[in-house]
Design a protein around this ligand. Sequence first.
Ligand code: PNS
Length: 166
Amino acid sequence: MSDVLAIYPGSFDPITNGHFDLIERSRRIFDHLIVALLTNAEKEPLFSVEERVGMLREVTRNMKNVSVDTFSGLLVDYAVQKKARALVRGIRAFSDYEYELRMALMNRKLEPRLETIFLMPAESYAYVSSRLVKEIFRHGGSVKELVPPVVEARLRQKVNSLRHEV
Ligand code: PNS
């Protein structure tokens, strides 16, 4: 049987320890994992695509079966182009479930050959999200245990550079 490739898509603005945990879990299941960053999201990101890709590459650099890529347009089109067999999404709390279920079923309608696999992060990351990390950091709270060290450093640089802009 050929190698099984999975795609872990997202905005990763920025990558958190919860994302990292899911990458570790996924790469033990699949032969190859592509962490795929959506470039044309409607929401205004804090970090540019290049910055987010840079952080993803940095934290996955010792993972031989993980690569980082970007995509735009429909996820299923990108997945078919890459010959992926599965999409990986994380479910933290029950509140994630409805949105994720709708997205998975819609993706299945668009491309029935592709399966969405839901994984749960470690319990300690169940409450971690990129949005909360940014909010905590903006108000001076510690994000040390929530993101990889490189992300904490980039958050500090970003906040300093934004302060100098005003
Ligand atoms: O990290 P996020 O923001 O929750 O990731 C959402 C993402 C990128 C997985 C989703 O918005 C997506 O797949 N967008 C690409 C466009 C698409 O295929 N939309 C239809 C989804 S049913």
